[in-house]
Write a protein that binds this ligand. Structure first.
Ligand code: AMP
Length: 470
């Protein structure tokens, strides 16, 4: 059971159909994609790559990069994608850790070189438990760890999503995500391939190209920043969006205000889902049925989800067909992250309604302990986000002489309106217990984010570490 064969099984019967619709008007057919993957696989095998070997790719997003991904699977090797923005020192760490047999930095050159090899006709057989990909966690804190995802993990998740989101060959997926991360690589590509659908293929999120691309698409997948950027553009209108079947969002929390503004503008409710490198997609709001802002929906079929710790709110623990087998060469770290009865502790804090619906309130490691009290940043952020002039907030704990950690809010505010720190703190104290209320509020134009739009709270904690000490 090689994941490649499952995906290729979804390719259209007529392989002349497009797989990629490029912004310059050209298209790349499924026949070309399949041939490219076979050439890459043949080249890898001829170069001595054997099943289980890692093949690294650090390159800009391109069709050739996708051919390399598929070729690596077909050859039975393990795909190791790396963010093109990583520095040499960062790459050295990954290369040392994962020890890839081949490391590709120029996808086009490698694809061209592969033409000299005999294409690989037969996909190399793999077991469901064999490794398909090594995904290094984005590492907003601590050392990056390689999540080991098997052919079975990825296949099961691909099938579940394809079904849950109702993909058909008539869909056209707008793809503006990076492909070094599970969202753009597995979630988006696999849904398109399993339905033999074309993708509007954009190198990155660019307002004008996305607006033009929407005209040809039926489904868009994005991170919350895609949606806030679309909404900030007056050309994003009902006329532009009304024909779309589905807008999906994930990788970071979608603000309720974004959800509401999007619905007011387009009449459509964004479908939010929740996932992570270690398990791909875990929960999703329903295609048919209520999509509720602030909730990430229900566990996918086969996912067993529970809240650890015996309280209503606690760390989300999961078991299921897409949950990874562990971190690459870190058996101790792996053991620490699983419960004795085999659930993976996600590190996300949340709660679950009796009918199964899941709500996320933050990351366990973002928990603030101030004066001995636990403070969940999300609760304070929700209050701040409702204040006039505030468009987004991030609450962190930083060292405080009396309290151990002091609650600090960093807010993006329209200058003038949100400028009065004392009044805002007073309003928070009206709505929240004093120990939860921010002791300081800092106004910024932008919050630091990683490539997937997640706020890098570790940078905020570092930047403001002395704010209560001076
Ligand atoms: P990564 O492994 O880089 O994909 O990061 C996974 C983390 O992103 C999860 O553990 C969550 O903290 C966060 N995340 C993903 N989707 C959502 C969502 N819809 N709402 C809140 N957090 C999310």
């Amino acid at each position: 059971m090689n994941l490649y064969d499952l995906l290729a099984g979804g390719f259209p019967g007529d392989r002349a159909k497009p797989a990629f619709l490029l912004s310059d008007g050209r298209a790349v057919s499924y026949a070309e994609l399949e041939a490219g993957a076979a050439q890459v696989a043949g080249h890898l095998v001829a170069s001595g790559v054997v099943p289980g070997d890692r093949v690294g790719l650090q390159a800009e997003k391109s069709v050739e990069a996708v051919m390399i991904y598929l070729g690596v699977l077909k050859a039975g090797a393990v795909f190791l994608p790396l963010n093109a923005a990583y520095t040499k020192a960062e790459v050295d760490y990954f290369v040392h850790d994962a020890a890839p047999r081949v490391f590709i930095t120029d996808a086009q050159a490698f694809r061209a070189e592969a033409d000299a090899a005999d294409p690989l006709a037969e996909t190399v057989a793999r077991k469901a438990t064999d490794l398909a990909s090594l995904i290094y966690t984005s590492g907003t804190t601590g050392r990056s760890k390689g999540a080991m995802l098997s052919h079975g993990n990825l296949a099961e998740n691909a099938l579940a999503l394809h079904r849950a989101w109702g993909f058909t060959p008539d869909d056209v997926l707008l793809h503006a995500l990076p492909i070094f991360h599970v969202h753009g690589l597995f979630v988006a590509l696999h849904c398109a391939f399993l339905s033999g659908a074309p993708m509007v293929w954009l190198a990155k999120f660019d307002d004008a190209q996305v607006l033009a691309g929407l005209e040809r698409s039926t489904v868009m997948m994005g991170v919350p920043t895609f949606y806030t950027r679309l909404l900030a553009n007056s050309e994003f209108t009902l006329e532009r969006a009304g024909h779309m079947r589905l807008f999906i969002c994930g990788s970071a929390p979608l603000l309720e205000s974004t959800f509401a503004e999007f619905e007011a503008r387009t009449g459509m409710r964004i479908l939010e889902r929740y996932g992570m490198s270690e398990a791909v997609i875990i929960t999703s709001n329903p295609l048919e049925g209520a999509r509720i802002p602030g909730s990430v929906g229900y566990p996918l079929p086969g996912v067993d989800l529970r809240i650890g710790g015996g309280e209503e709110t606690g760390v989300i623990e999961i078991k299921g067909p897409s949950v990874f087998s562990g971190y690459w060469e870190m058996p101790e770290k792996t053991a620490q992250e699983f419960t004795a009865d085999g659930y993976f502790m996600t590190g996300d804090v949340g709660r679950q309604d009796p009918d199964g619906r899941v709500w996320i309130s933050g990351r366990a490691k973002d928990l603030i302990i101030s004066g001995g009290y636990n403070v969940y940043p999300k609760e304070i952020e929700l209050v701040l986000d409702e204040l006039p002039g505030v468009s987004e907030s991030a609450v962190v704990g930083v060292p405080h002489r009396d309290f151990g950690e002091g609650v600090l809010a960093v807010v993006i505010g329209q200058s003038g309106q949100a400028g009065d720190e004392a009044a805002m703190i007073a309003e928070c104290r009206r709505q929240l217990a004093p120990y939860k209320s921010p002791k300081r509020i800092v106004f910024v134009d932008e919050l630091p984010r990683n490539a997937m739009g997640k706020v890098r709270k570790n940078l905020l904690r570092d930047r403001y570490k002395d704010i209560f000490e001076t």
